[in-house]
Design a protein around this ligand. Structure first.
Ligand SMILES: Nc1ncnc2c1ncn2[C@@H]1O[C@H](COP(=O)(O)OP(=O)(O)O)[C@@H](O)[C@H]1O
Ligand SMILES: [Mg+2]
Length: 170
C-alpha cells in the first residue's frame, strides 16, 4: 500500500510504507526513534483499518488526555497536508466523547478521565488505536487486552499502538 494508493498528501518513507503493509497482526506496535514517523504511519494504518472495520463493535481511540489525543491524533488526521481529501471526512471537537472518521463513530477515551476504565469495560471492541502507549498504566491494558480465548468468535481486534508497552503482550 502506498501513499498514492490512499490518495494521501504525504510521501511515505520506505520504512513507513513497510510498517503499514505489514501491520496485520492482532496487536501492531510502532517503535523507534523520536520523530521517525511512527505516529503518521500508525495513523494512516488506522485510517485504512477504519475504512474496512467490522460493524459489530466499537472503534476506540485511547490516549493519555483529551489534549494529547487532539494534538497527536486529530491534528494530523485532519490536516489535508497529511491525509489529503480524507481530512474532510474526519471530525472531532477537543474533549468530545466521540469523533467521526470516514463515516464511522469512534469512541474517544482519555486515561486521565476517571470514567475511562468503566467506559472501556462496557464496550465490545472492533479495533483500538492507542496513542503513546508507554504512557498508559497497567490496569488499562488489563481491561483493553483481556486474555484471548481460543477459538475466538466475532471480529478480530486490531490495534495500532505506538511505541513500547510495559509488559510482553503477545
Ligand atoms: N512521510 C512523511 N513526510 C513528511 N513529513 C512527515 C512524514 N512522516 C512524518 N512526518 C512529520 O514528521 C514529524 C514527526 O513525525 P511523527 O509521525 O510524529 O514521528 P514520531 O511519532 O515517530 O515521533 C511530524 O511533524 C510529521 O508530520
Ligand atoms: Mg509519535
Amino acid at each position: 500500500m502506498t501513499g498514492g494508493a490512499l490518495g494521501l498528501a504525504v510521501r511515505l518513507s520506505p520504512k513507513q510504507e513497510r510498517s503499514i503493509a505489514e501491520s496485520n497482526a492482532r496487536l501492531n506496535i510502532w517503535q523507534g526513534a523520536i520523530r521517525s514517523g511512527k505516529t503518521i504511519a500508525s495513523l494512516l494504518r488506522w485510517l485504512a483499518f477504519v475504512a474496512n472495520a467490522p460493524r459489530g463493535g466499537s472503534l476506540i481511540i485511547v490516549g493519555k488526555t483529551a489534549d494529547t489525543i487532539s494534538r497527536n491524533v486529530f491534528d494530523p488526521l485532519m490536516d489535508p497536508a497529511i491525509t489529503g481529501p480524507l481530512a474532510a471526512r474526519i471530525s472531532y471537537t477537543r474533549g468530545a466523547p466521540t469523533a467521526t472518521i470516514l463515516g464511522r463513530k469512534v469512541e474517544i477515551i482519555s486515561c486521565a478521565d476517571a470514567r475511562a476504565e468503566t467506559r472501556l469495560r462496557g464496550m465490545t471492541c472492533a479495533g483500538v488505536y492507542v496513542d503513546e502507549s508507554t504512557l498508559l498504566e497497567r490496569p488499562f491494558w488489563d481491561v483493553a487486552l483481556p486474555p484471548r480465548r481460543q477459538p475466538r468468535p466475532g471480529p478480530r481486534v486490531r490495534q495500532g499502538i505506538e511505541e513500547g508497552v510495559h509488559r510482553p503482550l503477545v
